[in-house]
Structure formats: C-alpha cells, structure tokens
Write a protein that binds this ligand. Sequence first.
Ligand code: SAM
Length: 349
Amino acid sequence: MQPTTTPTDSFDPAHCGRDDVLALFQLPRAELFRRADAMRQAHMGDDVHLRGIVEFSNICANDCLYCGIRRSNPSPTRYRIEEDEILAVAHRMESWHQHTIVLQSGEADSPAENARIGRLIRRIKADTGLAVTISAGNRGHDVYAEWREGGMDRYLLRFETSDAALFAELHPDCTLEDRLACLRDLRSLGVQVGSGFMIGVPGETIDILADNILLCRDLDLDMIGIGPFIAHPDTPLKDKPNAYAGDPEMYFAAVAALRLVNPDSHIPATTAFDAIFPHSGRDLVLQRGANVFMPNSTPGRFRKNYLLYPDKPCVDEDDGECSSCAAARIWGLGRFIGEGPGHSVKPRG
Ligand code: SAM
C-alpha cells in the first residue's frame, strides 16, 4: 500500500496511523534519522543510561523458531548462575555506572525457579541501590505480583510481532494474546513495562512493521527494545534471510520511526545491531533515536552458551570490560552517561 500522507513537522505521534508510519519510511533516510535524533534529544536529553544485562540462565521450556537457546537446540550447555555470583556482579555494577541490573533468562516457569528469581530480586534490592529489571518470559499474575512485592521495578517482554498469525507460526508455546495479557498484568501491578519486536522476522511485511511500531505506542510502553532478526544455524529458520536483508538500513529506519511515534519511551541500542554492524551498530542506533545502552554484564565463562543469534559480540570478554567499552563509545558520540536509576519518564497517574 502506498502512503497517503507526507510527514511534516506537524507529525502527530499520538494519533498517527499505519499510512503515516509508512510515509516515514519514504523519507530520505538522512532526514528520517535527523528527525529521530532531534526527537530523542528533545524528550530524553543527551544522557545514555547504562543497564547491565546478566544472562543468568539459558534453560528454556519454549521452542521459539528463531531462538538459539530454544528447548530443542542441543548445542548450548545449559546453565544457571548461582545466586551469590549474580549478587557479586550486582555489587560491582554501580562502580561501572550501571544503575539497573537486567536479569534475563530463558523461560523456565517452575515454582522453584520462580522462588529463586523472587529471592534474587529481594537480595539485590536489600544489598544495592540498583533498579531491577526482569526478562524471563510469560508468567502468571501471581508470580509477577510476588516479584513486584519483592522490589522488581521493571519487566521486559517483547511481543515480537503484532501479527497474531505470524506470532503463532513462530511460537509453538504461546499466543500473542497470552503475551499481551502478561504485559497488561505487569502494568496493573505498577511495574514499568518494556516490550518490543524483532525487525524483519521472516514473513514480516512493511505493514506489519508499521503496526509493530504503532502497537508499542498503543501499549504506552516505558521501554521499547527492537533489533534485527538474525538467522541462527541451529534453528528451523536457519535458511531464512531477514525480510530487509537487501536494505539493512531499514533496521535503523525502524528505530528512527519508533522514536518518532514514541517520543518519551526509553529505547535501547540493542546488541543485535552490533552483530550485523560490528563495532558501529549500536553507536549508529544511539544517533538515530536510542537513549539506552545495555552492556553485557554476564560473567565471561557463560556467554558462549547464550548465543541467541550468531556473531553476538563480546562473548570473549568479561563483565566489567563491556562497561568501559560502552562508556568510551558514548563519550565518543559527545553524549553523557546517565546517573540515577533511569526510571520511566512517562507521567503515570
Ligand atoms: N525468555 C525471555 C523472553 O522470551 O522474553 C527472555 C529471553 S529471549 C531469548 C530475549 C529476546 O531475544 C527475545 O525477545 C527475542 O526478540 C530475541 N531473539 C531471540 N532469537 C533471536 C534472533 N535469532 N534474532 C534476533 N533476536 C532474537
């Protein structure tokens, strides 16, 4: 479908529709990137928040077709990092200017694992000044409530694609409606909610991409993480190219349009950009709409077993190294490292 409107400076994020987003993709890329960077600066300032990610377990009960740690992949050695080792990382994070710990894992919904995550949240909140973000997949309302009670500040759960049929093809273990229900539960509990999607997952059309961006707006997300789909050789999608493989700048155009439609959401420059554009991908995203950087703070020896996609950067490094590298990149862009917890800037009643 051809866009019917041309975006102007009166572009209205709150009321724009699919055609308006498609029209953004028709802009000269330099102009689109300039507008996104200006929108980022006006609403989020020049600070870049560092949120250290600890990939605390790769054990997963799900078989998402794209994911390198899917249940059916025998290649990764499955691990679960001990609580004390995670605590030790958490203690070091503030000296690295990381004021948020993002605890990410595969989806392992068992009473023992849920209790363990609950304990971790409580220990980190008791022992450090860190904000705590969890990213561990779908759970019931009561589990999220327990974690919230323990001090969980934020939750990341991507909806991956807004197209219910495509979601069903990619996810044998859950539906888009289940995922959206989780996001609603989290919101109702007062948790800051992050979601997002993969850019160019096989089967995605440009209309779906526009709808993904609009769904982020309609969910009123505090944080939005998006990154290009990258085919993993040990998955059923191993031979499927990214939908925009012929025009990789579209990955950046997606972030820029996302910023224009979501002016005051935190948007990270996600790691997958560095896998496709080594050493420069995340810098470019920070100049095209993003305001958050998530250094890998996972202890080095676990990293090669958390390969969601090939060419993931930093797998040969250790926790603190990614932080100093991130700081140098941010300063190199003439930006600043955000101090304080970097909570949502959205007004919440
Ligand atoms: N289990 C949790 C969940 O599903 O939300 C968190 C971990 S999951 C592995 C984190 C994210 O990795 C997913 O939301 C997905 O978007 C991304 N991911 C997985 N495989 C990918 C791939 N092949 N290319 C790009 N991103 C991928």
